[in-house]
Design a protein around this ligand. Structure first.
Ligand code: ADP
Ligand code: MG
Length: 324
């Protein structure tokens, strides 16, 4: 049986981080950090609980990826560069095969973004994974939620709705071919944090406001609108549907792009004058970006069809589309 200390040493300790900012990593009472002079730290936590955020028995490699990806996504949405994270883990048992796969999923994504695991806590309990992450940012470049301006375009990265479609495939009787379910499920289990795009937007101050879409576009955009005291119109049929969702009915497409959840795409607002530069930032960061609407003074969220007529479509109500 692995002791807590063996487990930490074996799966969660890097001997050498090769980063002068990390004076001391895992193994002491605290990690010691030399922050880059002149940078602000962007800090965020996200907790994943078995049965609530992922299914019991979830694949441990994908889970390791996902729990770091959702934290990296918060840094992306702020325009911050990943730096380090801590991992607080409650485990029902010390299962070597599970830990091996989990730590590989976690640390391979960490390595991809140069984000160092510098500490944490480990305890016995129902499977719960809590990560706190640090990024660095140039002061004044942070992509906040409260800076959207009337007349801004609204943009979204990548595509929406496939993660929600996978959930419907598992639980709600939407029939998907097994290859389609697999593609959609990859979106659900292994989201791609949009770090490069967030950095590109921040570096040139291209966006006024941004956040990452975790609970559904309409609801999350609502946070920008509330914090910025503005309203918005969205072109319902320009919302970029995921590759599997694209082949579903129009109503399901509309419902899941608008309020699907688990997308981890960036939604941001930006002045019209930045359109060209934003398209360039999208291509240099290899991240598709789509213009989906605009910010206006009238509070609330309105949905438009391609002729700019108001569409009466229920936000946050999938049940109607899933009942058949
Ligand atoms: P303490 O009792 O002082 O909190 P711990 O025994 O919990 O110390 O942890 C020992 C060392 O291992 C600390 O440096 C801590 O940050 C690190 N650590 C514990 N759990 C994890 C984990 N899951 N991932 C990474 N580091 C961890
Ligand atoms: Mg401890």
């Amino acid at each position: 049986m692995l002791s807590e200390f063996d487990l930490i040493r074996q799966y969660f300790t890097r001997v050498n981080h090769n980063d002068a900012r990390i004076a001391l990593g895992v193994g002491d009472d605290c990690a010691l950090i030399n922050p880059t002079p002149g940078r602000q730290l962007a800090i965020s936590s996200d907790m994943l609980v078995e049965g609530r955020h992922f299914f019991a028995g979830a694949d441990p490699f994908a889970l390791g990826h996902k729990c770091l990806a959702v934290n990296l996504s918060d840094l992306a949405a702020m325009g911050a560069k990943p730096f380090a994270f801590t991992l607080a883990l409650a485990l029902p048992e010390a299962n070597a095969a599970w830990l091996q796969a989990f730590s590989r999923g976690l640390l391979s994504l960490a390595d991809q973004y140069g984000c160092h695991l510098i500490g944490g806590d480990t305890t016995k309990g129902p499977l719960t994974i809590c990560i706190t992450i640090w990024g660095e940012i140039v002061p004044s470049q942070a992509l906040r939620r409260d800076r959207a301006k009337v007349g801004d375009d609204i943009w979204v990265s990548g595509s929406l709705g496939d993660a929600r479609l996978a959930l419907a495939g598992y639980l709600q009787g939407v029939q998907l071919a097994s290859t389609e379910l697999e593609i959609a499920a990859t979106r659900m289990h292994q989201p791609t944090p949009r770090i490069e795009l967030g950095l590109a937007l921040a570096a040139e101050n291209l966006a006024h406001a941004a956040l990452d879409v975790s609970d559904g576009l309409a609801g999350d955009l609502g946070h920008i609108l509330t914090r910025s005291q503005v309203g918005a119109s969205l072109f319902l049929d320009r919302l970029p549907a995921g590759e599997v969702l694209q082949r579903q009915s129009r109503d399901l497409r509309r419902a899941f792009t608008l309020s699907g959840g688990d997308d981890y795409e960036l939604c941001f607002t930006a002045p019209r004058a930045h359109r060209e530069k934003i398209l360039t930032a999208g291509s240099t960061s290899a991240t598709p970006v789509t213009r989906i609407g605009f910010i206006e003074a009238q509070l609330g969220l309105r949905l438009l069809d391609d002729q700019r007529s108001l569409v009466d479509f229920p936000i946050n109500s999938f049940d109607h589309f899933l009942s058949s």
